[in-house]
Every structure is written in structure tokens, then in C-alpha cells.
Write a protein that binds this ligand. Structure first.
Ligand code: DON
Length: 571
């Protein structure tokens, strides 16, 4: 509904343009503008709770804690206590860093845990139910952020969230559809009715008393409540009753890790993005380095030539991803080489505008098996925050699939992730995003599964310029990339850049996915003629980007994705 005025404006200007012989230049579409601070997230309630924390003097890190937890309440699709995520930050003093609160494989996990005795991959087991669950990192994440960079007491940050859980949040139209789609699955997987197996209609209020009580215990007792206390005991008992292998020892051993972000230059931008165990920053850097020498501005956004250059760079980066990337605590990753100019230029040597480079010629991998890509509706969520002091953060957090493993710990009020599916369960077998992996991302006890999440901050002329990120599994990296290029190369506003249609290539399967009804037949035909396999049917949306841009006058523009219920709130 929020987009209605914008759509009307576009429609009216379209009609107006048709009548005039010399069309006026299009009126730029701007997102929410604020002078001081902004939060953009997947839910209005979460953005508002974040902004309230900022208004009362908290900083972006305080707002992170409250927003993250508010999403766990009002956006159970992806917001979570039972999942994990990544945060990239830049303080008001220009210090940068990254937090990894990604889930870990349990101690009892092993490399072939999803294979039967004949070596066949039991792919459901890494996706649904107890065995799919990685050791959750989110609660450790918020406490690590709070301890290092927060300023207000934890109880104060959690108070409005507990209130939201207790007083309830209002179901949106989009949420109703998702609850309808999954209610029966929840009942089947959990073998019992719960809050989320009830029929939830748009406009209904959902109160989650169990979650309010869990959050209250965490507010009172701290981090240990989740990893050693009553919550830990209940969680382990629940998971073990569902064929899970997570123990008290696993929870006790979990630690979030501060990491060095991946930092690279694109023209005069300084891009700061998430390092392994996410592939996000490395792949984003590789793609941006590969496209940098081409005059994308001249080619125009979503033109055949731009799509070719970007898709070919994506193909090459995702091929490398599948081979080189994994948990840096377990594997050596040649990051500097992968993101270097020399390597990037050499990688594009085989590219020609005349014809697509077949993925079989770019690297190894099993084509047939990769065709099973992207069958599940999926979710993760990203939010961006800038405070009035000048601190900026980009956070992406996830349960992996929609509602994760579908396991709902009724007594605790939250869903559990199915992040184990992000491992490469068997070399050459695609995961739910069609991604293929190998040795570097094989399962091992306490290892973190490779991610595509790409929370990213950008500096221009030494100042904060943009915070950006998105859900979308394997399409995350390409959605972040295209949003940045739309602003930087094609002079779009933040909101226009987020609204713009997106496409995606990930090496295998060897197809370019396009959002439907968004690209001209002419463009798609010319790409087909050059040998690209076009898919306009299987990606109703690609990414759901939330972003903040600092404008030349110092104000902030929010870009909240029209594809979801995403909302920018500022002051
Ligand atoms: O970490 C990853 O790359 C995936 N678990 C993210 C999942 C995701 O984005 C699903 N949302 N659309």
C-alpha cells in the first residue's frame, strides 16, 4: 500500500509522457528521508523499536539489539533466536569491523551425516526437523555487540521487544499467505498444534507469551540463560525429542567471533563487506573487480551489455565460491588473490560479448545435479541502521529456509534454523539454493557452514555512504551488487535502486534468472541468441533489499524493498 502513491506517480507520468512530444525527465522516486538517523527493516514494528532506542540516546549498536529481537517477534519467518547472522559496522570514528554469529555444526555432526549407507544424499534431513539445526548464534551475537559497542542497559533494549511479544503484532497480508502455506507443515513436523498452526489472518494480532517469557529471562539473567540456563535445557530437551543432536555441551561451547571484514575499492568507493564464513564479501569483491573495467554507465542499467558483463562475472565468482570458500577457522582461503585486480582481469579473459561462456568451461561441477535449484520458498532478513552520532551497521540474520527447520520450540516461542543445509553435504550435490560445494565447505563438528549473506557498508571520500543488504540465499550477493551499481553507476536514488528489477546467475545451474514482467522481450531475446538460458518463471522476487544512503546534504535516504513489508523509519 505504501507504494501506491509511487506507482500512481509512475503511471501518471507515463501517461503524461505519452501525450507530450518531448517527454519531461522522469521525477526521481525517493525513499524516506531523515535528518539524523534511520532504521530500515523487514517490519515496521522492528524499525520503530530501533528508532525509539536511537531517539532516547542509544546508538546504532543498541538499536541493533532491539531491532534484531523485534524481528524475532514480528517476523518469525526469518527473524530469530534460533538462527544466526552477520553484522558489519563502521563507528562514528571510522573504525570498522564485523561480527560472525553464524550457527555451528554440533559436536556430534560428521561429514556424511546426511548420506545413507549407499552414499545417497538424504536431502530432506538437512532441511527439515532436528537434524537440520545448527547451534544457534543470535543471542551470543546481540550480547557480543552490546558488550563491545552498546551503551544502554540490555533490559532497557529488550523492554519494548518483550512488550511487543506480549501485546502482539498485527499480521500483514503477506504474512497471512505465508502462515497459510506453512501451518500444516508446522503441525506435521512438530506433531502438535501451536501458535503458528492456528489460522492467522491479516489484521489479527499475534501474542507470543512464551517468547515474551524467554526474552524476559534473557533480559534478567543475560547470555548464559540461553546457552547454559533454563532456556538451554528446554531447548536441548526439545531438540533431542525431535531427532536433534545438539547437546548442552554444544550450547556451552558456542561463541560469536569478531572478524576482519573484506575491504576493497571499486573506483572511488571503499566497500566493506562480510568475510568468511560468508562468501558474501569475497564474491561481491570478485564480481565488482571483474566488472570495474567495463563502462556500465554507458551501457545503461539492465541493458543487454550490462547483463552480460555482470552475469559472466557472477558465473566466475560463484564457480570459485564452490571450490575455495568455507569456514576460515577450518580452511585456508586465498582471499587476497581472489579479490585482486590481476586475478579478476585474468578471470574475464574468456568473456566475449558475442556469446555466453558455458559454465562447463568455467570450472568443474555436476551440471545435471545442479538443476534442482531453488525449489523452497526461503527467508532471511536484512536491516540497516545509521544513528545520529554517525555509527552505521548492516546486519543480515537468518533461519535459512522459511521458518528454518519448521521446528517450533513451543515452550520457548521460537523457530529453529535449518542452516546445516548450507554445508556441502556431498560433493557435487546442490543445496536448497542450487549451490554446489566441495571439501572447503564439508561438514565437521563445530564448523560454520558457508553463507551468502552480504551485509555491506560503503565509504565515499572517507565518509559513510551506504549501508545495504538483503535476504535471498544465493541471490543475496547479486542483489546487493546490482543495488550498489544502480546508485553509483546509474544515478538512481536509494529507493529506485532497491525497486529496480533484478537478475541472477550463479554458475550452476547455467541459467540467468530474471524477475518476471520486468525485462523487455528484446533484451531477453538478444541474450538467448547469445546462448544464455533465460528463466523468468522461478524467481518471483530476487532479493528484498533494505538500505540507507547518505545524501550530499548529509541527510539519509532509506530504501525499503517494495517486494516485502519492509519499512524505513527515521527522524
Ligand atoms: O547464509 C545463507 O547464505 C543462507 N542461509 C541465507 C538464506 C536466505 O537468504 C534465505 N532467504 N531468502
Amino acid at each position: 500500500m505504501k507504494q501506491l502513491p509511487y506507482l500512481l506517480l509512475v503511471f501518471i507520468s507515463f501517461l503524461a509522457c505519452k501525450e507530450r512530444s518531448t517527454p519531461e525527465p522522469a521525477v526521481p522516486v525517493k525513499g524516506t528521508i531523515a535528518q539524523n538517523a534511520m532504521v530500515v527493516s523487514a517490519r515496521e514494528e522492528a524499525s520503530k523499536i530501533g528508532i525509539e532506542i536511537l531517539k532516547k540516546g542509544g546508538n546504532a549498536f543498541d538499536a541493533m539489539v532491539a531491532t534484531e529481537m523485534a524481528l524475532a517477534v514480528a517476523y518469525p519467518y526469518a527473524g530469530n533466536l534460533g538462527g544466526g547472522g552477520f553484522m558489519v559496522y563502521r563507528t562514528q570514528y571510522g573504525e570498522i569491523g564485523a561480527l560472525d554469529y553464524r550457527e555451528k555444526a554440533p559436536l556430534a555432526a560428521h561429514r556424511d551425516m546426511y548420506l545413507d549407507s549407499a552414499g545417497n544424499y538424504l536431502s530432506e534431513q538437512s532441511k527439515v526437523g532436528g537434524l537440520a539445526v545448527g547451534v544457534p548464534g543470535t543471542v551470543a551475537g546481540i550480547f557480543a555487540v552490546h558488550q563491545k559497542l552498546g551503551t544502554l542497559p540490555m533490559e532497557e533494549l529488550l523492554r519494548p521487544v518483550i512488550e511487543l511479544a506480549r501485546e502482539g503484532y498485527v499480521v500483514t497480508e503477506k504474512q497471512q499467505g505465508r502462515f497459510e502455506q506453512y501451518a500444516a507443515v508446522f503441525e506435521k513436523v512438530n506433531e502438535e498444534a501451536s501458535l503458528y498452526t492456528l489460522s492467522q489472518k491479516a489484521g489479527d494480532t499475534i501474542k507470543n507469551e512464551a517468547l515474551a517469557a524467554t526474552l524476559e529471562r534473557i533480559a534478567m539473567k543475560g547470555r548464559s540463560e540461553f546457552y547454559q540456563g533454563e532456556t538451554a535445557k528446554k531447548l536441548v530437551a526439545f531438540l533431542q525429542s525431535k531427532n536433534g543432536i545438539i547437546t548442552m555441551e554444544d550450547l556451552d561451547a558456542y561463541e560469536a567471533q569478531w572478524r576482519e571484514p573484506v575491504i576493497f575499492a571499486y573506483k572511488d568507493l571503499n566497500v566493506i563487506s562480510m568475510s568468511p564464513p560468508s562468501s558474501g564479501g569475497v564474491c561481491l569483491a570478485q564480481i565488482m573487480k571483474m566488472v570495474e573495467p567495463y563502462p556500465l554507465r554507458e551501457y545503461g542499467p539492465n541493458s543487454t551489455k550490462s547483463i552480460q558483463v555482470i552475469a559472466e562475472a557472477e558465473r566466475r565468482a560463484y564457480a570459485d565460491r564452490s571450490y575455495y570458500l568455507g569456514d576460515p577457522d577450518f580452511v585456508q582461503i586465498p582471499i587476497d588473490t581472489l579479490i585482486s585486480e590481476t586475478y579478476s582481469n585474468a578471470r574475464m579473459d574468456t568473456f566475449s560479448f558475442d556469446a555466453a561462456t558455458p559454465s562447463t568451461e568455467v570450472n568443474y561441477g555436476n551440471l545435471e545435479m545442479a538443476e534442482a535449484a531453488m525449489t523452497e520458498s526461503m527467508e532471511t532478513t536484512h536491516y540497516s541502521i545509521v544513528d545520529a552520532f554517525g555509527n552505521a551497521i548492516a546486519v543480515t540474520t537468518t533461519l535459512n529456509g522459511a521458518y528454518g527447520s519448521k521446528l517450533y520450540a513451543k515452550e520457548l516461542g521460537f523457530f529453529l534454523n535449518n542452516e546445516m543445509d548450507d554445508f556441502s553435504a556431498k560433493p557435487g550435490e546442490p543445496n536448497m539454493f542450487g549451490l554446489i560445494g566441495g571439501e572447503a565447505n564439508a561438514i565437521a563438528p563445530q564448523k560454520r557452514m558457508l553463507s551468502s549473506m552480504t551485509p555491506t557498508l560503503i565509504e565515499k571520500e572517507g565518509e559513510f555512504w551506504m549501508s545495504v543488504g538483503t535476504p535471498g540465499g544465493s541471490t543475496i550477493i547479486t542483489s546487493v551488487l546490482q543495488t550498489i551499481l544502480n546508485v553509483y553507476e546509474h544515478d538512481m536514488t536509494m529507493q529506485e535502486a532497491v525497486n529496480a528489477p533484478r537478475f541472477h546467475h550463479q554458475w550452476l545451474p547455467d541459467i540467468v534468472m530474471f524477475e518476471p514482467d520486468s525485462f523487455s522481450e528484446e533484451t531477453l531475446d538478444s541474450l538467448s541468441q547469445k546462448g544464455y538460458s533465460i528463466d523468468v518463471n522461478n524467481a518471483p522476487v530476487i532479493g528484498k533489499v533494505d538500505a540507507i544512503l547518505r545524501l550530499p546534504d548529509g541527510s539519509l535516504e532509506g530504501g525499503a524493498d517494495r517486494r516485502g513489508d519492509d519499512t524505513a523509519v527515521g527522524y
